[in-house]
Structure formats: C-alpha cells, structure tokens
Write a protein that binds this ligand. Structure first.
Ligand code: PSU
Ligand code: MN
Length: 342
C-alpha cells in the first residue's frame, strides 16, 4: 500500500504505481531523500491536481510570524480552488514534497537561523548530504521547479520571479530561476519579476532560453509584463492568455511536444492592492543602491527588507495579496490541466 510508503525505509520508490496511473511519473530512485506528505501522495495516486509552492518566500521573503500565516493561507487557497498544495522545501536535511502544518511551522520559525538557507539548484545536494547539523532550506522558484519536475508536479504558484539584476551585464547576476525554467516543463504563475530587476534584459534572456512568456489579460488590450507591486512595467508581454483553461492548453501542448522548456504566466496584482509604479520606482532605486554591497544570493533578501522598511509594510501586504491570487490561478490551471491529461 503506497499510502504507507516510507521513503526512509523503502527500498524502491513508488515509481510503479505512479507510472501505471500515468499522471505523476515519480522517478525518484534514491529512497531516503524525499518525504512526500500523506495528502500529496494520496493526490498523486488518485491523479488529482497538485500545485507546487516555493518556500524561499517564507525563509527569505516574509518576516516571522507572517511567513507561517502566509504558508497556511497559501495552502488553504489552493484547496479552496480544487487542488492539493505541495509546499516544497528542505527540513532537517530532507526534501519535503508537501508538509504538515507542524512542519511548515518548523521551517517558518527557523527563518533567519544560521542553519536555514535559500536553496537553488546549486545548493540542493549539499543540504541533503552534508555532515554537521541538519540543515533547513527554503526553495527558490528554481529549486521548486526542479523538485516539482522530479515529483511530476506541473504547476507552481509563487510571488516574484528572479531574473537579470540591474547591472547584470557586468555582475552576471542572473537568477537560476530563468535557466531552470528553460529546462523543465513546469508552469509558473507569478506577478512579475521582482520589482528591482532589469525587465527588458530578463525578457531577452527568457527568449533566448526558449521560455514561453505570457500575462493574463484581454487579447484586445495592450498588456504589460506586470511590475510586481504595480500592474504596469512599460514592457509589453510577448503573449496574452485569457483564462486558466487557455493556459492549461498551452502547458499541455508543451508536454505533448516534449519541448522540456517551461511556461511563465504573469498574473498582475489586483488593482485594489497595487502600489503605483511612480511611487515604487524611487523606493526600489534607493533599496537597490543601499544593498549594492550585498552580493550573491543575499542580495535579493536585503533589497526586499529595505523595500518593506521604506513602504512601512505596505509592500508586504501587496506581496501577500498577489501571491494568494497566484495560488488561486495556479489551482485553477492545475484543475484544467488534469482534465486534459486524463
Ligand atoms: N520574491 C519575493 N521574495 C522572495 C523571492 C522572490 O518577494 O524571497 C525569492 C524567490 O524564491 C525567487 C528567488 O525564486 O527570490 C530568486 O532569488 P535569486 O535572484 O537569488 O535567484
Ligand atoms: Mn542572483
């Protein structure tokens, strides 16, 4: 009975039943590395729609205790819209695909501690195999994409996408979110690149990498790539998608062709929660400036913390609202996708 399958004891993965049932080809051949929550395992077995959720937003985006509250709200929103949430992260050196609320609490409360890190592709193996104290990790979009792919999860809902940083043509600071999108057929629902990135260069990079880039909106209107806190960025979206159903069809076609590349679905922040671009631009510019000495993966959290400070928390509330909207759209896409995959 695979519902009692324990990755720490199992000699083989649940690959057989998953392949037999078709939808979630779970090809983990390294027992002991993954812990799949009971809910997610059950959903995989029954081929129910699943939405992958990242955790860097809890460990390195939202401060405590809001991070834990948001984790619960995200999961509830996915469920309210007919899908099962799979929050993905590293807890005590184990890759978690889905977590209980106690596990979510443990990860969220460990934010800021010296053994809790931000996990992209290059960080993953160290955290599950290093000697020393057990490590925790919040997976970035890149980390979440690659783990979702392994687990057969097709749709991820998140807040802000990493990209090419301003000055990236010199620093070469380009998020692994972009390269990971280029090699895994997973759909990512996001509200824009993080506000302080170089949008045109990020779009160029995504085009080169063959990533499908779209924004939800009306095809008869001009639609921008959203600017995260604001709906506009001044840069038109390459494609416009009108509904989660249409998005699911595009993702499905990508799977059928076996292109191996990812899909981006930008979902602009709802008008009532947006902070106008004119207001955010100077705040962002100042935050980037004051964090310019912080390099590598610590730069993003430093800039975000400064933006929260300068907006007196308004940016955090906007972020919360948009990420919950994305959980809803992600769930609707996963539901539509599962109808096509039948
Ligand atoms: N946007 C936020 N908070 C975050 C992130 C984005 O508002 O914590 C995270 C996401 O997990 C994203 C990551 O994948 O930042 C990108 O970081 P980097 O630029 O270091 O690749
Ligand atoms: Mn970077």
């Amino acid at each position: 009975d695979s519902s009692t399958w324990d990755p720490r004891k199992a000699l083989c993965s649940p690959v057989d039943w998953n392949l037999a049932e078709g939808k979630h080809s779970f090809v983990v051949r390294r027992p002991g590395l993954f812990t799949i929550s009971k809910d997610v395992l059950e959903a995989m077995k029954k081929s129910k729609p699943i939405v992958g959720l990242e955790t860097a937003i809890y460990t390195h985006g939202f401060p405590k205790p809001n991070n834990y509250d948001l984790a619960l709200e995200m999961e509830a929103t996915v469920r309210d819209h007919g899908a099962i949430p799979a929050t993905i992260g590293i807890l005590n050196g184990r890759i978690m695909i889905g977590m209980t609320s106690e596990q979510l609490r443990e990860l969220a409360e460990s934010a800021g501690s010296e053994n809790t890190h931000k996990i992209s592709r290059r960080d993953l193996t160290y955290h599950i195999s290093a000697s020393g104290p057990p490590l925790n990790g919040g997976t970035t979009i890149a980390g979440t994409i690659l783990l979702s792919r392994i687990a057969g999860i097709r749709v991820i809902a998140t807040g802000g996408l990493g990209g090419v940083h301003k000055g990236g043509e010199n620093s070469l600071d380009i998020s692994a979110d972009l390269t990971e999108l280029s090699r895994n057929t997973v759909a990512v629902v996001t509200s824009g690149m993080k506000s302080f990135l170089d949008t045109p260069r990020t779009l160029e990079f995504l085009e080169t990498q063959g990533v499908f880039v779209s924004t939800f909106g009306k095809k008869t209107e001009k639609v921008d790539i959203p600017g995260f806190f604001s709906r506009e960025s001044g840069h038109p979206s390459p494609y416009i998608v009108e509904s989660p159903e249409e998005a699911a069809h595009i993702l499905f076609a990508n799977h059928r062709l076996g292109l191996d590349s990812g899909n981006l679905y930008f979902n602009p922040i709802p008008e009532e929660y947006e902070i106008p671009k004119s207001e955010m631009d100077p705040i962002i510019a100042a935050a980037v400036e004051s964090s310019s000495s912080v390099t590598g993966k610590d730069n993003t959290p430093a800039v975000l913390a400064e933006i929260v400070k300068q907006t007196e928390g308004r940016s955090m509330e906007a972020n919360r609202r948009l990420v919950l909207e994305n959980a809803k759209i992600g769930a609707q896409m996963a539901v539509e996708f599962s109808k096509l995959w039948e």
